[in-house]
Design a protein around this ligand. Structure first.
Ligand SMILES: NC(=O)c1ccc[n+]([C@@H]2O[C@H](COP(=O)([O-])OP(=O)(O)OC[C@H]3O[C@@H](n4cnc5c(N)ncnc54)[C@H](O)[C@@H]3O)[C@@H](O)[C@H]2O)c1
Length: 260
């Protein structure tokens, strides 16, 4: 039987280390037959990302990409398309950042520059990346864009603060992009993941307690894994989700459905 992503290509943004959700997604897409390009944020993560990329079946390139830099976005999407032989079918956005002082404490105290930074890196970057990726995805006759969100987009999660506001914007951007890109056969969706113990998660004060509490209150009574998020990413990247766009899919062991 042919593999689900045989002949497909993808650009994965957001790998920092082996715990990154983006890394679980990259491995899953690679196993399913896709040829990938990975990016790294800066010199601090470059060697780790290169080391991980070398373990993939078929990684076409590893490129620098700071999503706050428009020139780097244009360069990375263009170089990825070239390395992958003329465009790509899948774009994974798994990027978020807020200043430590804007997480924890009270949301009301968020300063203007911290707000701008968090929204720029964690939300606007999806629109900027999708815009530059668009011609390279249209060249392939369509494809799938996905971003990673969290339930704090819908509910006030104390401590998550400005990142919750960024996730609300991100999910709204997903819906607007689904309209803009739909006529090119490009689908755009978000995965709202339950707590996963990654580098970004460690930056959120009280994350451990939040994860423990969420696990007690999920219908499945357990935490989720990066690998489970990656399974849904594979579904969204594949023709199995052909008519799904503008959607946020919860991969959170059912936490969002419960009022406890
Ligand atoms: N871990 C969780 O509990 C959880 C839950 C729901 C959603 N998410 C989301 O999943 C995504 C991936 O996070 P993760 O948990 O795998 O953590 P992670 O720390 O492994 O990944 C975050 C990534 O963002 C990148 N990044 C930050 N600023 C950047 C910039 N300016 N330019 C380019 N890259 C930049 C980092 O280099 C890193 O690769 C994020 O959007 C996060 O909000 C995480």
């Amino acid at each position: 039987m042919p593999q689900l992503l045989e002949g497909k290509t993808g650009l994965v943004v957001g790998v920092a280390n082996k715990r990154s959700i983006a890394w679980a997604i990259a491995r899953k897409l690679d196993e399913a037959g896709a040829r990938l390009v990975l990016t790294y944020q800066n010199e601090r993560t470059e060697s780790e990302v290169r080391k991980l990329a070398a373990t993939l079946r078929d990684c076409a390139a590893v490129l620098p990409l700071d999503v706050q830099d428009d020139a780097q976005i244009t360069a990375a999407t263009g170089q990825a398309a070239e390395a992958l032989g003329g465009g790509f079918d899948v774009l994974v956005h798994a990027v978020a950042y807020a200043r430590p002082e804007d997480l924890g404490g009270r949301f009301i105290d968020t300063a203007r520059d911290g707000f701008h930074l968090a929204l720029d890196v964690s939300a606007y970057s999806l629109a900027a990346l999708a815009r530059e990726a668009e011609p390279h995805m249209r060249a392939r006759g369509g494809g799938s864009v996905m971003a990673l969100s969290y339930i704090a987009a819908d509910r006030a999660v104390p401590g998550y603060n400005v990142m919750g506001v960024a996730k609300s914007a991100l999910e709204s951007i997903v819906r607007y992009l689904s309209w803009d890109l739909g006529d090119g056969g490009i689908r755009v969706n978000a995965i709202s993941a339950g707590p996963v113990r990654t580098l970004a998660a460690r930056g959120i004060p009280g994350f451990g307690t939040m994860a423990d509490r969420a696990a007690e209150r999920t219908p499945l009574r357990r935490e989720i894994t990066q690998d489970e998020v990656a399974d849904t990413a594979l579904f969204l990247a594949s023709p199995l989700s052909a008519s799904i766009t503008g959607e946020t899919i919860f991969v959170d062991a059912g936490f969002h459905a419960i009022g406890l």
